[in-house]
Design a protein around this ligand. Structure first.
Ligand code: SAH
Length: 217
């Protein structure tokens, strides 16, 4: 067996263990589990820490940012898909692009926004290497969303704002869902659904995210 096949097999086994761990963490959506079983999370982090890619932990991706833990990625995706698979999704906080890739396997179109240019470039490379063609990358401050691509059936934000950015809500299609952390010292994951005459806001679980930072870098 050559070395590359060996690495392939090891990561396949590590991913199976990760998926078992996700099931124990109450991730029940088989669509999400199947995608995470298949996607090489180790390809999204630096080689030096690739051996830790299937542990349930955030890992550094440079520029003071982290790749979200597998549990958080799985849970947020599961919440987004709870009432059906959205067609077009906006992601805020691309980071290394792992969550982007999970979304892109599940939905038709993904728009993803990152404020740190070198991170966006890295994510673009990762998704190109894995042959994703349904993702549009934008370098900008995502607090205002991306009106040019609206309306979205789903919006997922990977950085915490002190309060709900109203533009995000206005870019949701009726019935669309917005999954995002809110708060500063204490943060909660919220699921906000746009209804015919307003919106429903559910607070789900305590979380820890990097802050949503204004401006670009
Ligand atoms: N899903 C990513 C998470 C990265 S951490 C991953 O798994 O890799 C959150 C990301 O949000 C960081 O890359 C950070 O630079 C970005 N971010 C923070 N504030 C932002 C803003 N206002 N607009 C766009 N991206 C932002």
């Amino acid at each position: 067996m050559d070395a590359a096949a060996g690495i392939g097999m090891t990561s396949d086994r590590s991913r199976r263990r990760m998926v078992d761990m996700l099931r124990h963490a109450c991730v029940a959506d088989e669509r999400v589990l199947a995608v995470m079983q298949e996607l090489p999370r180790h390809a999204f982090v630096e080689e030096g820490i690739a051996s830790r890619a299937y542990e349930d932990t955030p890992l550094p991706i440079g520029h003071g940012q982290t790749i979200s833990s597998p549990t958080i990625v799985a849970r947020m995706t599961q919440l987004l898909l709870e009432k059906g698979v959205p067609g077009r999704v906006l992601e805020i906080g691309t980071g290394c692009g792992y969550q982007t890739a999970v979304l892109a396997r599940l939905v038709k179109e993904v728009y993803t926004i990152e404020r740190i240019a070198p991170l966006l470039d890295k994510a673009r490379r990762h998704l190109r290497d894995l042959r994703f063609y349904n993702v549009r990358f934008k370098h900008r401050d995502g607090s205002g969303g991306y009106a040019e691509g609206a309306p979205y059936d789903g919006i997922l934000c990977a950085a915490s704002a002190p309060s709900l950015p109203v533009e995000l809500l206005s870019q949701l299609a009726p019935g669309g869902r917005l999954v995002l952390p809110l708060g500063t010292d204490e943060q909660w994951l919220h699921v906000i659904e746009r209804t015919a005459d307003g919106h429903l806001d559910e607070r789900r679980e305590a979380v820890r995210f990097v802050p949503l930072v204004p401006g670009v870098a």
